[in-house]
Design a protein around this ligand. Structure first.
Ligand code: GDD
Ligand code: MG
Length: 363
């Protein structure tokens, strides 16, 4: 058989990296470029020939199915599996194996749910098939690999080690990291132990290497972003709008801005850098918004200046307020004439009075 037709999408875990985001929705469902983030991954997989995807989840599973249903609106057949307790990445993969229909020798695509990438999925599958690997991994190069899985390879691309989140400088042997997309030969999935948590990064990959299995790396330096922080999320959404991150699911043409149909933007407001204005949101006169995501129903009052920020659903940003690198939770009210910069986060439904925070010096 050529190509892959099935995939597993990992969208569970303890969610520790989700909690600091002050928007209510779990991150995979927060709109990026106007649609729930997961839509981009699903649409890219579909465009690469995947027909059946199992979502492996362990938290808030009930939000995925009501939205995506059986997947037919995306031309997919979607199924959902919820773990009682998080089973880890490997445990989650093994747990959904009974739903796969692939033959033992068939390739199955597996991907982390928090990655935005332009990965050439058919090329990864082709690499897998031409190298007769047991598992093939998409690798990307980053400046600081410490927060990732390090994957050194030999001159043929064969993986020589897998070092998840290296702790010592000696362990930093490469700038190639696991980009969170794999092709597994189906029979390899069936060898993962059942009934207990398993980390594919800390257990399955090292064990496979120790037993002489063939893990093949494919370095693809296409667009890649881990959306683990709200700042990265905002960046990713803007890059989708700008067309830097390719996705068939961006509603409308790529460009400097994306204004959803029911949003209202004053004629002299300036929207740039991949800014998204969500459904029913309002942008007042003279506001300037750059590289930011304004979620549905938010109100941006006249003269506000917003850069690289996430503005939660139904929140209000007061007149002349400045946001730069800020995250405003759903339903929060930031009064007029405030200034919030550099990672400031306002909790959901919190209220900041007028003129109470600023960063600039006395004038
Ligand atoms: N179903 C399920 N159950 N999914 C899980 C579980 C679980 O118990 N634990 C984690 N996941 C999912 C997460 O939702 C995410 O989509 C993916 O597996 C990876 O988990 P993260 O918690 O986001 O891991 P990470 O970002 O620290 O590291 C991973 O991604 C890096 C690239 O961004 C690793 O795979 C690294 O090796 C990799 O470099
Ligand atoms: Mg992650």
């Amino acid at each position: 058989m050529h190509g892959a037709t099935e995939a597993i999408l990992l969208v569970g875990g303890k969610g520790t990296r989700l909690r600091p985001v002050t928007v209510h929705t779990p991150k995979p469902m927060v709109p990026a470029a106007g649609v729930p983030f997961l839509t981009h991954q699903l649409a890219r997989a579909r465009a690469a020939g995947i027909e059946h995807i199992v979502l492996a989840t362990s938290y808030l599973a009930e939000v995925f199915e009501p939205h995506f249903g059986d997947g037919s609106s995306l031309g997919l057949h979607l199924e959902y599996v919820t773990e009682d307790e998080p089973l880890g990445t490997g445990g989650a993969i093994r747990n959904v194996a009974p739903l796969l229909r692939s033959d033992p020798s068939d390739p199955v695509l597996i991907f982390n749910g928090d990655i935005l990438t332009g990965l050439d999925i058919p090329a990864l599958v082709a690499t897998h098939e031409s190298s007769s690997a047991d598992v093939s991994l998409h690798l990307t190069q980053v400046e600081d690999p410490r927060a990732y899985g390090l994957v050194p390879t030999d001159s043929t691309g064969r993986v020589t080690a897998f070092l998840e989140k290296p702790q010592t400088p000696e362990e930093i042997v490469t700038d190639q990291i696991n980009a969170g997309a794999y092709v597994f030969r189906r029979s390899v999935i069936d060898t993962i132990p059942t009934g207990r948590p398993v980390s594919v990064e800390r257990e399955t990959f090292p064990d496979l290497l120790a037993s002489g299995a063939h893990l093949q790396g494919m370095v693809d330096s296409t667009y890649w972003l881990d959306l683990g922080t709200p700042q990265a999320f905002v960046r990713g959404s803007a890059d989708l709008v700008l067309g830097r991150a390719p996705s068939p699911a961006v509603p409308g043409r790529c460009g400097d801005r994306l204004v959803l149909p029911t949003a209202r933007v004053a004629p002299d407001a300036k929207l740039t850098g991949g800014t998204v204005v969500g459904e029913g949101a309002t942008v007042g006169a003279g506001a300037r918004i750059e590289g930011s995501t304004i979620l549905s129903g938010a109100v941006i009052e006249p003269g506000a200046t917003i850069t690289d920020s996430l503005v939660g659903a139904d929140s209000v940003i007061g007149a002349r307020t400045i946001l730069a690198g800020a995250v405003i939770g759903d339903g929060a009210r930031v009064g007029a004439d405030n200034e919030l910069r550099a990672g400031a986060r306002v909790w959901c439904n919190a209220v900041l009075p007028d003129a109470c925070v600023r960063f600039s010096s006395d004038q």
